[in-house]
Write a protein that binds this ligand. Sequence first.
Ligand code: CUA
Length: 642
Amino acid sequence: MNDLETEDKTTGATGPETLEERRVFLTQMALLGGALVGAGCSPEPKGSSKSPAGPPPAPITKKSHSEPSAHVKPGQLDDYYGFWSGGQSGEVRILGLPSMRELKRIPVFNRCAATGWGATDHSKELLGGRMSGDTHHVHLSYTGGTYDGRYVFVNDKASARLARINCETMEVDKVIDIPNSQGTHGIFPQRHKTGYVFCNAEFRTPHVNDGRDMTDPTKYGAMHTAVDGEEMVVKWQVLVEGNLDLCATDYQGNYSFATCYNSEGGVTLEQMMGADQDHLYVFNLKNCEKAVREGKTIKVGNSPYPVIDARGKDSPYVMRVPVPKSPHGVNVSPDGKYAMCAGKLSPTVSVVQIDKLASAFAGKIKPRDCVVAEPEVGLGPLHTAFDGRGNAYTSIFIDSVMTKWDINKAIQAYKSPDGKTPNPVIQKLDVHYQVGHTNASMSETKDADGKWLMALCKFSKDRFLNVGPLHGENDQLIDISGNEMKLVHDGPTFPEPHDAVIVAKDLIHPKKIQPRTDARFAMYSAWAKEDGVELFKDNRVIRRPDGTVRVYMTSQAPNYGMRDFKVKAGDRVQIILTNQDNVEDLSHGFCMSLHDVNFLVNSRDTNSMTFTAASPGVYWYYCPWFCHALHLEMRGRMIVEA
Ligand code: CUA
């Protein structure tokens, strides 16, 4: 018997057999993991004494509605755009829902070989030479409490950046750095209009982070940054002592929110989990703006942007609402009334009533008095979605379930802690496995429609064919249109879509032909002007005073406007390709053999890439996109002279 057989037999003999056994096994493994890192996940959270255990959930009555189907027939269109963050891939993905068909990958903080993103002249400038990123949260711009179909904002946790995607083209049009920040994690735009996009720094650092205070974590802090979503410029920052996790905004433009774990100010995992209480930070935007206007701000490091120093204690700028230890997600209900703060290491969700916050800021009530419910929903609650019918859906990481609960019943139960009120928990649905983010169709808008719920499961384990050590994620689609949640589809995704939003298709109107409105077209127009070239007409080689050779070229299936051009070995060559084709879905591209040059040029688009011409010889360039029956013949020669 060889080693492999032994291993197989062992695995077969000890592993769980049925799906139910596997689930129990995996939950035990997750709990074990929690126990290993320390206190973790105590089922008795601080501050949850008012939350009754209550009777078990009422049995689910058979639903009477006609069941929506996740199956979208060939040729039929989906009802929703799903915008998925791409996690460590640094990209954003568009899925159609409910089919879960992946429609597009939008390169953002990554190098994309298919499109040339990260290597083309303009994208390279936007990315500043950083070719990796870690996207977590995608949110669309709002007007009047719902999506206005203009922009998608996405964070980069790795390099503390915020990018914006223009929904006309689904291409990135801006990337900015968030100053004095590390671990830019939660972001959220304002909802009454496309105003600020708030960005939370999760990692505490010295301020200024220039070598001072490195060994004194008590002096570390983190920034809550207000970016103007129209201009994509930082307007102001608030410096606080705690690290800031997820972000949310109200519907009126009065507040932004950040969950804050690590009130301990620790730098190790054990230190960060020490205290039983952490906070929901509430930022009072009018007061912050007033401080900025009146110059009650400081400057930090080389950053020119004003910073409100709000470290230490509650102030007109930030209030700390106590919640059980290590909260994670914060989500605002579609009626705008409540901010739901998921407990993570507490099995509860703290419901903060937003219209009480003004009284708390005025000192009339205590910050904790704004908490109006704290239902127990399961072990490891992370995020909450809504159906617009008064129900909340909280993702429960350790239990691997989605918990559906009634918001009003949770509030009643908190008011009368004698256990006589009905249990707010309606249903717990198994998901596979270890769910992180969740979102429902239009859940983050006033128009939450209660049709579909996504459970973005971090582990897929045994749900798909084995493809080696790296498994896909499992994004599970759940029908929430009836009384009962129903799992209808398993959607494997390449790691790691961290979060997703689901947008009614009628709100998004991309163009089918490049409208040439992004900033890069201003760049190409300026180049063409200084070289006396018409982009859509001319095919010319221009040697610039600095020695750069600009090759202006057009394309029209199946031809380039230039069959060959000459440069000298070692020349800095810039290919500027304009696609004359005015036909939907007719893309060309440009690939220069042996030069690591390959980029996409869509219909009526211009794109460019710069490279150094190699040693003397003939180098074929060709069109890498299948555009015509004579696509293979679409090519030309770069003749490199000594
Ligand atoms: Cu143009 Cu292939």
